[in-house]
Design a protein around this ligand. Structure first.
Ligand code: G3I
Length: 320
């Protein structure tokens, strides 16, 4: 069947994977990434971030992002575009610049307008703002919030909407996959952008989970319902489920059921449009570089062999 084919058969728009430019020279990796039976959508993991696209002010660079966008087009895959306004992978000229309210708004709008215009017509969705919240649901104290206040969020969404009216505009964050202060914060951002009169179409739930402490299916179902009640769609945008290494048969079985429950939560909400895993193979996961001693978070192992999680995802998609 394949993950994407199964998702589409059940009414979803896509099942997809993140990727990154260095990996694309790996021919077996690229062949599986390009298999539209499994992946109907890809996301560039780094290539469209601010430090890649505008490393110095008003000098734009689209080489790596275009490689991923062209690959999606050649394969007939949707592209989720990631990300416009984020505190991380932000060049020093932004994060350490000397700004006023007016000059930072102008620089932010210039960035958004240029990048979104460059990719106009190619992005199913843009993650307009990424990780703007602290764990308690208050605003993260990044340069945008410090200088502009919460208005930076609706201003960013309005600029993106003006540059590509057809792209779905998302707020994207982690630890918002079950009810709680941070998910409430994400819902507050949706309402803020709406009240400002700007367009917001969706909330992206990154879903960087841990085997055994993945939120339950019922918690995820309630959470998705609370968000979609605001009139926006949702998507799982960066799903992976890590474990402390070495993996065991029991951990791989638990990982499979954690994947199944998460995918099933999306299936249970008609406004959950799709699911993206944050790359598909343990060979190229971000986890071991960030969490020492952890890994094996993805449905294909480092040899590109399917793990039990693959069958768990299919089961979550309703394939028996
Ligand atoms: O580009 C430099 C390169 O010049 C240098 O030689 C190399 C040496 O380590 O580092 C390269 O930068 C790395 C970059 O990825 C590109 O490969 C950074 O060190 C590394 O920290 C960075 O990691 C990325 C991470 O975001 C940074 O926050 C991951 O690949 C990427 O998967 C990850 O993705 C994020 C999402 O955007 C947002 N949600 C969380 C998710 C996981 O952290």
């Amino acid at each position: 069947a394949g993950l994407h084919n199964a998702a589409v058969a059940k009414g979803k728009l896509y099942f997809g994977s993140a990727t990154d430019n260095p990996e694309l020279t790996d021919a077996p990796y690229l062949a599986q990434l390009s298999s539209t039976e499994d992946f109907g959508q890809i996301t560039p993991g780094n290539a469209q971030k601010w430090d890649s696209t505008e490393p110095s002010q008003n000098t734009f660079s689209y080489t790596n992002g275009d490689v991923v966008a062209d690959l999606a087009a050649a394969n007939g895959q949707k592209l989720r575009c990631h990300t416009l306004v984020w505190h991380s992978q932000l060049p020093n000229w932004v994060s350490s610049g000397t700004w006023t309210n007016a000059t930072l708004i102008a620089a932010m709008k210039n960035h958004i307008t240029n990048v979104v215009t460059h990719y106009k017509g190619k992005c199913y969705a843009w993650d307009v703002a990424n990780e703007a919240l602290n764990e308690d649901g208050t605003y993260r104290d990044n340069v945008f919030y410090q200088t502009i206040g919460e208005a930076y969020l609706p201003i960013a969404f309005a600029a993106a909407a003006a540059a590509d009216p057809d792209a779905k505009l998302y707020y994207n964050d982690y630890n918002i996959e079950s009810p709680g202060a941070k998910s409430t914060g994400a819902q507050r951002i949706v309402k803020l952008v709406q009240q400002y009169g700007a367009k917001i179409d969706g909330v992206g739930l990154q879903a960087h989970f841990i085997v055994g402490s993945t939120p339950s299916q019922s918690a995820q179902v309630s959470n998705l319902a609370a968000i979609t009640a605001l009139g926006v769609e949702v998507a799982y945008t960066e799903l992976d489920i890590r474990m402390t290494l070495p993996s065991t048969a029991a951990l791989l079985t638990k990982q499979s059921s954690d994947y199944q429950n998460t995918v099933a939560a999306c299936m249970a909400n008609a406004k959950c449009v799709g699911i993206t895993i944050w790359d598909y193979t343990d060979k190229y996961s971000w986890i071991p570089n960030t969490f020492a001693g952890q890994g094996d978070a993805l449905p294909w192992d480092a040899n590109l062999v399917k793990k039990p999680a693959y069958a768990g995802i299919l089961a979550g998609l309703g394939v028996t």
